[in-house]
Write a protein that binds this ligand. Sequence first.
Ligand code: TRP
Length: 334
Amino acid sequence: MDADTKKVILSGITPSGILTIGHLTGALINWVRLQSEYDCYFMIADLHAITVRQNPAELRQRTLDTAAMFLACGISPETSTLFIQSHVPAHSQLAWVLNTFTGMGECSKMTQFKDKSKKHSENVNVGLFAYPILMAADILLYQADLVPVGEDQKQHLELTRNLAQRFNHYYSDTFKMPEPFIPEVGARIMSLQNPTAKMSKSDENKNSTIFLNDKPEEIRNKIKRAVTDSDTVVRYDEENKPGVSNLMQLYSIATGKSFAEIEKQFEGVGYGEFKAEVADKVAEYIRPISERFAEISSNKKYLQEILSFGSDKANKVAMKTLRKVYKKVGLVSF
Ligand code: TRP
């Protein structure tokens, strides 16, 4: 199939921290699989990142690191379009138009907005409020059919669909109606220190998180320090044994073994030995990614070339949609 007949996928990650093993299992493995079948756009959402205060030097570095990590995980810059959101001005431009189609109430009811307003109560800015409108622009610019996202972004997808429909109805057919694409079995990886909360790239306690650029020794140490329980049995029970269940989940990802197999393997084995085995296997699982990441990051020119190639491609597609939109709303063409 050529690019014209393939369905379009767009997804993105906000560079608010180094990517974790949760991004690998929850998003990137899936993206890599989709590449051959779909016309994929993968974006680093730096404009979304600045809705909370960032350290400029760190944001810049993390944006490039996220791009390098996409590549290290197997995103192909020839097959897919890999780009930085702010390198394609049409995202901001379409977002402005969509702002004028969005009700205040639609944004203020967003769960993520409410959560983030609490968490960053010192800086509840208009950008944070309009965050899902920018996300709608990201998606609609590329006429995406499918948008792989986590459960937490589903509400933003709903808004995107509403805006597309509203615009299409008010003018005429302009935007493709995107569908969320939520992986069914995407293992939910929990924090190593607080196993009832999701593992997060922005957790302040770095021992909670396995980063994709962690060295094997760091991974081993973090897993050995992981919170378990006062029981001694290796058994999958998310509710009563969240820490052990999470380690089993990680072990399952690294080895492909089922929970039943893991329980059997560790029957009568203490937590110390269990953790050491999980630590070794997970460290080995991540090693090729962290090594490839180090290689790619050391070649700044290579990364820059890929990103500039990606944004050229993305710009062309995005401008086509933006021009249509500008025309429909009555702006003078340029
Ligand atoms: N908001 C998404 C997140 O935090 C990232 C994102 C930005 C995104 N734009 C997108 C995801 C468009 C899918 C499609 O995870």
